[in-house]
Design a protein around this ligand. Structure first.
Ligand code: NAD
Length: 371
């Protein structure tokens, strides 16, 4: 039977492979118990691909990614590839995927499960039940603006230049994603820039204001300066729903928000592109964490960020909201029962392995769905 859910699985290196195995078990469960048919292809990426195929992502794999409805990515990298030439290093695969799929919208939810509220460095009453989404523009701004480079001024001085640049259409398209996402959540967007001191900030505020007035005035919008947003995220994080911001501020603010939740092993992400001629929006889903060489191969990694990335795929690429919620609920229940991988355990709580955590999620899926 043909499927309209074509997924390319790229486990990558280190714990990427271990946590992806647990997602494959969830996919298997959905196929058997919920009769969902996925069309799955699995390929090498990162250092593993370099060792066997001579590059961190082959042209064949890139073609598969372009043809897929969604890409599920584990993590890449490791010290054994530190001296590989830059264009073939594991991280180059990630950049190529983002560039060729034109993934301009990066979604980083920061959700605190009540059972883990004590793992946050913030007081639990500040972050209990926190559910915010940072939407970062990913393909423009200061990391890509021209001119950039280092020039020699004289025998003693060099000058380094980075250029922050945004066009109206770049701001408009990320703004649209922000308003659309807010409509499916608590209907509130905070647009973040530095319009007090930056030209791009002024254009950002003007463009988002116009878009809101013309097309999204049913969504609540407020504007906030980026430095204030950093403070507010730590002071009163629950005031936010969707934060939409540029590449540089998004890079920093999403890491601040990440720390509110306590562990890298609990953070999923999605990167989305523009709707293409087939009417589909390309999407790549991956945990925020890397390949964790320090614990790779030890069955210690937390697979929940990877499993939640798959749940995001169901929500954003396949409109399978109920199934996405089912997985989130299973994770919530597993945590409420006190099951913890080493990264989220506290004090003398007993830790379970990657495989045991994956199996606990499946068991919980069985319980909730009565199968
Ligand atoms: P990392 O995210 O791999 O690890 C940071 C720390 O968090 C480590 O102590 C690790 O053990 C822990 N950790 C990470 N994920 C965990 C999980 N799921 N469960 C339990 N603990 C977890 O970051 P790093 O150490 O800076 O980088 C290691 C390698 O990963 C490098 O080669 C780096 O370039 C690469 N990296 C890749 C990606 C990606 O593929 N998207 C992202 C970040 C880093």
């Amino acid at each position: 039977m043909s499927s309209n859910k074509k997924i390319l699985i790229l486990p990558g290196d280190g714990i990427g492979i271990e946590v992806m195995n647990e997602v494959l078990n969830v996919i298997d469960w959905m196929t058997k118990k919920k009769s969902v048919s996925f069309d799955i292809a699995k390929k090498l990426v990162g250092g593993s691909a370099y060792d066997i195929e001579g590059d961190s992502i082959s042209d064949t794999t890139m073609d598969e990614a372009l043809k897929a409805d969604a890409v599920l990515f584990g993590a890449v990298g490791g010290p054994q590839w530190d001296n590989v030439e830059r264009s073939k290093r594991p991280e180059a695969a990630l950049l190529r995927l983002r560039k060729e799929l034109d993934l301009f919208a990066n979604l980083r939810p920061a959700v605190v499960f009540d059972a883990l509220a004590n793992s946050s460095p913030l007081k639990s009453e500040l972050i209990k039940s926190l559910d915010i989404l940072i939407l970062r523009e990913l393909t423009s701004g200061v990391y890509f603006g021209q001119p950039r480079g280092v020039e020699k001024i004289n025998d003693f001085d060099e000058k380094a230049i980075d250029t922050q640049s945004y066009t109206t259409s770049e701001i408009d398209r990320i703004g649209r994603v922000g308003f659309d996402l807010a409509k499916k959540r608590s209907n509130k967007v905070t647009s973040v820039e530095k319009s007090n001191v930056m030209e791009t900030g002024m254009l950002w505020r003007k463009t988002i204001t116009k878009l809101h007035e013309n097309e999204f005035n049913d969504v609540k919008l407020n504007h906030m300066l980026a430095d204030n947003c950093a403070m507010q995220l730590v002071r009163k994080p629950k005031q936010f729903d969707v934060i939409v911001t540029d590449n540089l501020f998004g890079d920093l603010l999403s890491d601040v928000a990440a720390m509110l939740t306590g562990s890298l092993g609990m953070l999923p992400s999605a990167s989305l592109g523009a709707i293409n001629e087939k009417g589909k929006r390309p999407g790549m889903y991956e945990p925020v964490h890397g390949s964790a060489p320090d614990i790779a191969g030890q069955d210690k990694a937390n697979p929940l960020a990877m499993i939640m990335s798959f749940a995001m795929m169901l929500k954003y690429s396949f409109d399978m909201l109920e199934d996405s919620k089912l997985i989130e609920k299973a994770i919530q229940n597993v945590l409420s029962k006190g099951l913890r991988t080493p990264d989220i355990k506290q004090g003398n709580e007993k830790a379970i392995s990657t495989k045991e955590m994956g199996a606990a999620v499946i068991e919980e899926l069985n319980i909730i769905s009565g199968s």
